[in-house]
Design a protein around this ligand. Structure first.
Ligand code: AMP
Ligand code: MG
Length: 267
């Protein structure tokens, strides 16, 4: 496993072999937070360039078990980034309107435009996860979706979209504690639902679906990162690092003025 948690294509994975804790990667919360804040400043600057450059797009896909930290990652990693350049889309249970189309229809409408960072809080991957585990559609419908997804993401990549997919990996114990906090703290009650407990009972089925999803859809053009997410400070650092490293490679530039402004005087 690479230190940035990126997976290789054609790798069959077992989720339980992936660490959910930071221990072996980072042992000091304080220095991690210092590093993270510096990275976030870099992200803020790179986003400005990406927007000004206006040629490329970045798509960040977040998946996790319930309470895995998708919302918190968005809140923390993108704090201070110009909201005009970031479009967050949260995918909920599809509406009747959405269900009347193919599963990628609502997704395709939300992909980032040139210069934008798009963030998916859940995504088309729900259509091979929740849909599979709860038998919402039969296997002959969801199984071909891995190929549909890979082709779709290739289309995006070939039209200038860099795709980063993060699976925020928490342990079952950590999920239990976070659910408990949602029950105990009045300000968090709204996040709790009894459905979450039904899904928790199906943890192993979800894990199997996630393993196959990651194995089948890690491609050279749209890799998965399996990020240890029990410690929020490490999760933020790991995601922030991948974003900044990726933007560094893209190296967006402020456009040069098309005219020579050197003699211009503003009266
Ligand atoms: P939350 O992220 O807590 O707001 O919950 C959103 C809910 O929508 C989750 O229970 C997801 O499993 C569900 N959901 C998202 N996409 C789909 C989908 N394509 N089919 C069925 N349920 C979905
Ligand atoms: Mg929820």
């Amino acid at each position: 496993m690479s230190t940035n948690h990126r997976l290789n294509p054609n790798q069959t994975i077992t989720l339980s072999e992936f660490p959910t804790t930071a221990h072996q990667f980072h042992d000091d919360r304080e220095s991690a937070e210092v590093e993270f804040r510096a990275l976030r400043d870099e992200l803020i600057e790179y986003q400005r360039r990406l927007y000004a450059d206006g040629t490329r797009k970045l798509l960040v896909v977040l998946q996790a078990m319930d309470a895995g930290g998708k919302d918190g990652t968005i809140r923390r990693v993108f704090k201070g980034v110009n909201p005009q350049g970031v479009q967050v889309t949260s995918f909920k249970v599809p509406t009747r309107h959405e269900l009347a189309r193919d599963f990628l229809w609502r997704i395709h409408k939300a992909v980032p435009a040139k210069g934008m960072i798009g963030v998916f809080n859940r995504s088309h991957y729900e259509d091979v996860l929740v849909v599979r585990v709860h038998d919402i559609v039969p296997e002959e419908i969801w199984r071909p979706r891995y190929a549909h997804i890979n082709a779709f993401e290739k289309t995006l990549a070939e039209s200038g979209t860099t795709i980063l997919k993060f699976y925020l990996h928490i342990s079952s114990d950590e999920q239990k504690q976070r659910f408990q906090a949602r029950l105990d703290e009045p300000d968090k009650n709204w996040k709790f639902s009894l459905d979450d407990l039904e899904k928790r009972k199906l943890w192993d089925d979800y894990a199997a679906a996630i393993e196959e999803m990651i194995s089948k859809t890690t491609t050279p053009w749209a890799p998965w990162y399996v990020v240890p997410a029990d410690q929020k400070w490490y999760r933020n650092l790991a995601v922030g690092r991948v974003l900044v490293d990726t933007l560094k490679t893209l190296d967006p530039q402020y456009p040069k003025p098309e005219q020579d402004f050197s003699g211009v005087i503003i009266e």
